[in-house]
Design a protein around this ligand. Structure first.
Ligand SMILES: Nc1ncnc2c1ncn2[C@@H]1O[C@H](COP(=O)(O)OP(=O)(O)OP(=O)(O)O)[C@@H](O)[C@H]1O
Length: 236
């Protein structure tokens, strides 16, 4: 199988607590994956490991065959929290920073996304944005990079229903045909429409993986599938 992303026996420990245990996952080009799991199951940690942001990861992670952290960082767009900027920073300056730091950042695409999401104007300061406006900005910045892998950690949490639905539908339109998207979110019903596969993380391990087309064939909703997997795990 052609692979964009490959994780082999990936484990991660923090403060002597095992958070991820022997994760194996291969993802074919173009796939959109939903990463599901209960609170604290390790979804964000797994994304940070893939993005090369977690220290002390064991096992191997390849993106298009590259395993070094520097090469991986160049091929992953991770929706992060703009932690390094002050509340007084203007949006235009954040965009300028992205354009300077990431050679793959496409300013035209940012503007398109930003217009679509009815983003705030560039002169507004980060500290003046609502939660939803911040989420829209983060999403526009993340999707405007041209990378092999996009990691979207709860990208829709601050968005109103209408914007969330609109954005989900458009996600497919924006991505290049070969890029992989991993989304973790709790809006399962809406996710079904855009996902190719679902992967479930539980108790530090990947416990299930399924194609959405198969669930549709079997007339099982994503919610029901997810519940079934957790019930099996807990033996309820
Ligand atoms: N900074 C940290 N220091 C120590 N432990 C942490 C830290 N961040 C996360 N953890 C632990 O790692 C585990 C996985 O956390 P993670 O944030 O990856 O879960 P998650 O699945 O993304 O959760 P949620 O759905 O609530 O966002 C949890 O048990 C959490 O307590």
């Amino acid at each position: 199988m052609e692979k964009t992303l490959e994780l082999s026996a990936v484990s991660y420990q923090r403060n002597q607590q095992l958070i991820l245990n022997q994760i194996n996952l291969t993802v074919a080009p173009g796939t959109i994956i939903g990463l599901l799991g209960e609170n604290g199951s390790g979804k964000t940690t797994l994304m940070r490991c893939i993005a090369g942001l977690a220290q002390g990861v064991t096992g191997q992670i390849f993106i298009n065959g590259h395993s070094s952290v520097v090469e991986r960082k160049a091929q992953v767009s991770y929706l992060d929290a703009l932690g390094g900027f002050s509340r007084r920073t203007k949006i235009a300056d954040v965009v300028e920073f992205y354009a300077a730091v990431y050679p793959d950042f496409n300013v035209d695409q940012y503007r398109e996304l930003s217009d679509f999401l009815k983003n705030i104007n560039g002169q507004q300061k980060l500290g003046d944005l609502s939660q939803g406006q911040k989420e829209k900005l983060l999403l526009s910045l993340a999707l405007a990079r041209q990378t092999a892998v996009y990691l979207l950690d709860e990208p829709f949490k601050g968005l109103d229903n209408h914007t969330r639905k609109q954005l989900l539908r458009s996600l497919v339109q924006w991505k290049s045909p070969d890029s992989v998207i991993i989304i973790c979110d709790h809006y399962l019903t809406e996710l079904t429409g855009v996902l190719d596969e679902v992967v479930i993380l539980n108790e530090r391990q990947l416990v299930a993986r399924e194609k959405i087309s198969r669930l549709k064939q079997q007339q099982i909703s994503l919610e029901d599938y997810y519940e079934q997997q957790l019930v099996q795990k807990w033996g309820e």
